[in-house]
Ligand binder design. Structure first.
Ligand SMILES: [Zn+2]
Length: 310
């Protein structure tokens, strides 16, 4: 393993697969507690996909590729899809003139809750159509082989479970798998809606609760992750406090994701009015700004996000 913190990610996946196996094999485990736990850990499985596809967990390339296939089974989509869809397209926003396949602007209901519910139905097909186009380009044969391998493991194993015991597999394996996949698509909306992607420090919303970030492997710190994509996830909390906190609009540094979701999608009907979030970093650019760590240009940051993950 490259980093001792990776044990947390491997542990999360072991718990998740353990929950799925228990429900599939032991009738007593088919209860709401195990089911909700499996759904939550399925979402965490997609968080691990995100981290692993930025920086492989293992030193061995073979192990990294096998781990991608295990994670693909957990999410019922090939983990390597993250390379084009997330590392290349999302991390660029629309700097390169190409639209982000999962930009918040893809949904525009007046009732904001519908935006959250519907978002995966737009972002999912958009993403997979884009991944297909990208994978078909010349020079991507190795990617295509790995992508096929992950598809074969994810759908082959799920298909075998369905053949052996259809309803048990559908309810206690496939539903949790789909829950995680749909939630990670929604995260794009949650982390960027109302932000200003043309700014350097106010393009993303952060969730900074410490316990939340322990289980989420620091995926609440999204601004610093965009700005320094090469930084290991275990270092994001300190970097956020040092670099992001002084420059970000208060409204983009949320303590709790649950409180944010309730406030934004349940307790309010309309999508919140846009704030001028860029003003915060303009203010910090003054006397205080000069003492803060500087940010490399966007081209350098893009190259960092594009660096191979394994
Ligand atoms: Zn990322």
């Amino acid at each position: 393993m490259k980093h001792p913190a990776e044990w947390r990610q491997v542990g999360i996946i072991a718990v998740y697969l353990g929950l799925l196996a228990s429900m599939y094999l032991v009738p007593w485990c088919r209860n709401p507690l195990f089911f909700c736990g499996a759904c939550y850990f399925s979402f965490l499985n997609t968080v691990v996909i995100h981290n692993h596809l930025h920086q492989g967990v293992f030193k061995s390339r073979t192990l990294n590729m096998v781990f991608r296939a295990v994670l693909s089974f957990g999410a019922l989509y090939p983990a390597s899809a993250n390379i084009p869809s997330h590392n290349l397209v999302h991390h660029h926003f629309d700097d390169d003139g190409q639209p982000d396949w999962a930009a918040p602007e893809h949904v525009s209901f007046r009732w904001n809750l519908l935006n959250l519910i519907h978002f995966p139905n737009v972002a999912g097909p958009n993403t997979f159509a884009g991944v297909q186009r990208w994978a078909a380009l010349a020079g991507r044969a190795e990617f295509r082989r790995q992508y096929m391998f992950e598809n074969a493991v994810a759908f082959g194993l799920t298909g075998a479970l369905l053949l052996l015991d259809f309803w048990t597999a559908l309810f206690f394996v496939v539903l949790p798998q789909l829950y995680g996949a749909r939630c990670i698509l929604r995260i794009n909306l949650i982390q960027h809606d109302g932000c200003d992607v043309s700014t350097e420090w106010n393009h993303s919303r952060n969730f900074v609760g410490r316990a939340f970030n322990w289980i989420m492997c620091n995926n609440g710190y999204h601004t610093i992750h965009h700005n320094r994509a090469g930084l290991h996830w275990s270092a994001l909390d300190a970097a956020h406090d040092r670099e992001v906190a002084p420059r970000i609009d208060r409204s983009l540094d949320e303590r709790s994701m649950i409180a944010y979701l309730l406030r934004t999608y349940v307790l309010h009907f309309f999508r919140p009015a846009r704030r001028n979030v860029a003003a915060a970093e303009a203010r910090a650019g003054g006397a205080q700004g000069s003492a803060l760590p500087a940010l490399p240009p966007r081209e350098v940051r893009r190259a960092e996000a594009e660096a191979a993950s394994a």
